[in-house]
Design a protein around this ligand. Structure first.
Ligand SMILES: *Cc1c(COP(=O)(O)O)cnc(C)c1O
Length: 355
């Protein structure tokens, strides 16, 4: 058995994979593959409708928000957000907590002014800045809920005087949120809600239509909203995989159940990192992510030996990102606690044989 700790694309529920494979052979009893049918068929329209409803249900999304499926990854959102929401001469506030936030800042500067209200770059992004003020005249405030590469996570969100926009690519549906705090949430699907190729955006309608510039059609949120994510051909199969994943989340008990599972998995691994003399965590304890656990070895030159021992035990995908080094174990929703236990077992065995 392989224990899949990949940071993304990442592990999916077995049931979501099975249902998706079935649909490749015969979708909705049509006798054709989901890869072969029209996105405008009523059977696929039902898939989009169900996925939107499920997202609304899982996050308790009230009226006044739209849910759309887009392409171009979370990275295109770094451009679409300021294109649609920030006029030239206006300022948007950004919190810089890592590589993805840095990229979001870079793109926003193509469209208007950016005020980086705080950054944790001084310590290689190993903490979440807390002492900052969001200017009341900013057009919006942008933050990243979970820093996939550095392994930090926002465990609370500021009371923002301006619309709060959050990149939740690597922890969407991993815990309940208070949707009323957020004006926009977006996520590339391939970390915690499906296969690569689709991005979900949840947008408060009042956020749109407030810039003077002209926006090309495909980059206009309102166009995608008005067309039910079908202005052009959507990522049919990726949306289907996302629906199967979300159905599993619901069956498991929703976001509250996910939070319980994810907390148990993270505690198991962090407790071992803190106990084991050969390992140490790289982030401030209070900001540790429950999704991406980053750690290094306390003795030099043992990385390769540990990776080999882990590989022997079926553990895959724990090599750290090149900008942090060491190891990163991603504990997304679909990863079972048995996989975390397998990793902990290897760490303990490795300590015993390297005293
Ligand atoms: C992976 C990731 C991205 C980039 O996603 P793409 O879909 O590859 O564009 C952006 N933000 C966060 C937090 C991520 O984890």
């Amino acid at each position: 058995m392989i224990h899949n700790f990949s940071a993304g694309p990442a592990i999916l529920p077995a049931q979501a994979i099975k249902n998706s494979v079935d649909a490749i052979h015969n979708f909705a009893g049509m006798g054709m593959s989901i890869l072969e049918i029209s996105h405008r068929s009523k059977q696929f329209e039902a898939v989009i409708d169900e996925a939107v409803e499920l997202i609304k249900e899982l996050f308790n999304i009230p009226d006044g928000y739209s849910v759309v499926f887009l392409q171009g990854g979370a990275s295109l959102q770094f451009d679409m957000i300021p294109y649609n929401m920030l006029d030239e001469g206006e300022t948007a506030a950004y919190l810089n907590t890592g590589v993805w936030a840095t990229r979001a800042v870079k793109e926003a500067k193509f469209f208007g002014n950016v005020n980086v209200v705080a950054t944790s770059e001084d310590k290689n992004f190993n903490y979440i800045p807390k002492d900052y003020t969001i200017p009341a005249d900013a057009k919006y405030f942008h933050c990243t809920s979970n820093n996939t590469i550095y392994g930090t996570q926002m465990h609370s969100f500021p009371d923002s005087p301006v619309p709060l926009i959050c990149d939740m690519s690597s922890d969407i549906f991993s815990r309940p949120i208070d949707i009323n705090k957020f004006d926009m949430i977006y996520a590339g699907a391939q970390k915690n809600m499906g296969a690569a190729g689709v991005t979900v955006a949840i947008i408060k309608n009042s956020l749109l239509g407030n810039v003077k510039r002209k926006i090309p059609t495909m980059l206009t949120y309102q166009v995608h909203i008005d067309n039910g994510s079908m202005y052009n051909t959507p990522s049919v199969f990726a949306i289907y995989v996302a629906l199967q994943t979300l159905k599993w989340v619901k069956e498991m008990g929703g976001t509250a159940a996910m939070e319980g599972r994810n907390t148990a998995k993270a505690e198991l691994l962090y407790n071992e990192i803190d106990r084991n003399s050969l390992f140490k965590g790289t982030c401030e304890v209070e900001d540790r992510s429950k999704m991406n656990v980053c750690f290094v070895m306390t003795k030099p030159d043992m990385d390769d030996a540990f990776l080999a021992a882990a590989k022997e035990a079926g553990i895959s995908g724990i090599k750290g990102h090149r900008s942090v080094g060491g190891f990163r174990a991603s504990l997304y929703n679909a990863l079972p606690i048995e996989s975390v236990q397998a990793l902990v077992d290897v760490m303990q065995k490795f300590e015993n044989s390297n005293q």
